[in-house]
Design a protein around this ligand. Structure first.
Ligand SMILES: [Zn+2]
Length: 348
């Protein structure tokens, strides 16, 4: 497929998704205590409102921008599908919480944007809950799109997926079903205030790294290449690795979490935790983010200082990963991206 065609398809898909998500049903608060809800449903940030994304921005001629892996444009000079500068306001929002819950639920980590403490279970839980809610909401939107009866949507999906449409739709349905299980468990923890029930793997760097992300994922492989979960069969449930990376003014916090009974997820996180060298840990964590998460933001201060060949390879990597038809990629020691190196730190 030509790059320009790819961009047009993505634009069309985004347009149709937003068309569908404007329907009232999707603007549903994620909080389990619906009696408390106070409308309207807000356009909520999956990452911090004031903090993290602002800290990644670069400003040229008064315009501030960041990059997101899913927003792309053609680089005419070098002829590849590059990252596209976007404004922070457009980044990472979702209609996932009502006005009351968006404010009330996250006040411990939002009122003071620098407050997050990785030794505080409530803080770790809230970040994890929000990251999960974003992924859940996106999957729900996707499900709405694929099960829509709008003629315009149907026409497009048929054109885009052809004979694979049924299989792809089934995959989206199963993925949403799989997310209902962790959703129920996380909601129970939230109601019971049992924030310590998740197993957290937290890390902190004493400098600002150029990346931010939030979401839940089931990786394809373990670090050594063994398959983790490559199945699309209905009877195999997914494991869940909750991932949140947040840059602060002078530090970066990484919160990974899993259910203690989810043995595969715990094994994956143990493996990461037991990497013997700092360099490899940083690279593997970078790989985990690129390979498994969509809701990833990076700083232009990091990306723009790389040469075009590096940027081209970076973008090709994202293309391969985001394409449903290409196989999973595996980690190797030569992996060329390290968001967490001290030399990549960004400053105001
Ligand atoms: Zn609510």
């Amino acid at each position: 497929m030509e790059q320009s065609e790819f961009i047009e398809q993505q634009k069309e898909l985004n347009r149709l998704t937003s068309l569908i998500s404007q329907g009232a049903t999707i603007k549903d608060c994620s909080h389990p205590l619906k009696d408390e809800c106070r409308l309207p449903i807000k356009s909520a940030h999956s990452l911090q409102r004031q903090g993290s994304l602002k800290l990644l921005e670069k400003t040229i001629n008064g315009n501030s921008f960041i990059y997101c892996h899913t927003e792309r444009q053609i680089n005419k000079k070098y002829g590849f599908l590059d990252l596209k500068p976007i404004g922070r306001r457009d980044a990472s929002t979702f209609y996932g919480f009502c006005d009351f819950h968006d404010t009330e639920l996250f006040k411990e980590i939002e009122n003071d944007p620098e407050a997050t403490d990785i030794n505080n279970n409530l803080h770790c839980f809230l970040h994890t809950y929000r990251s999960f809610s974003h992924s859940y909401h996106r999957k729900y939107e996707e499900y709405k799109l694929f099960t829509s009866s709008e003629p315009e949507v149907l026409k497009y999906l048929n054109k885009f997926y052809g004979g694979d449409l049924e299989k792809v739709t089934q995959g989206v349905k199963l993925a949403l079903q799989d997310l209902e299980i962790p959703k129920k468990s996380l909601d129970e923890m939230l109601i019971n205030k049992s924030y310590e029930e998740l197993e957290y793997y937290c890390y902190e760097y004493p400098y600002r790294c150029p990346v931010s992300c939030a979401g839940v994922t089931t990786p394809g492989h373990f670090k050594n290449g063994d398959p983790f979960n490559l199945s699309e069969k209905a009877d195999i449930s997914y494991s869940d690795i909750f991932t949140t990376v947040l840059p602060f003014a002078e530090r970066t916090v990484i919160i990974l979490a899993a259910f203690p009974e989810d043995l595969l997820a715990i094994k994956y996180l143990d493996e990461l935790d037991n990497i013997s060298t700092e360099l490899e840990f940083q690279k593997y964590l970078s790989f985990h983010i690129i390979n498994n998460l969509e809701n990833v933001y990076i700083s232009p201060k990091f990306y723009d200082r790389k040469d075009y060949k590096w940027r081209q390879s970076y973008c090709q990597l994202i293309n391969i990963i985001s394409n449903k038809y290409t196989p999973y990629i595996r980690y190797n020691k030569g992996f060329p991206v390290n968001y967490f190196a001290y030399t990549e730190k960004i400053e105001s």
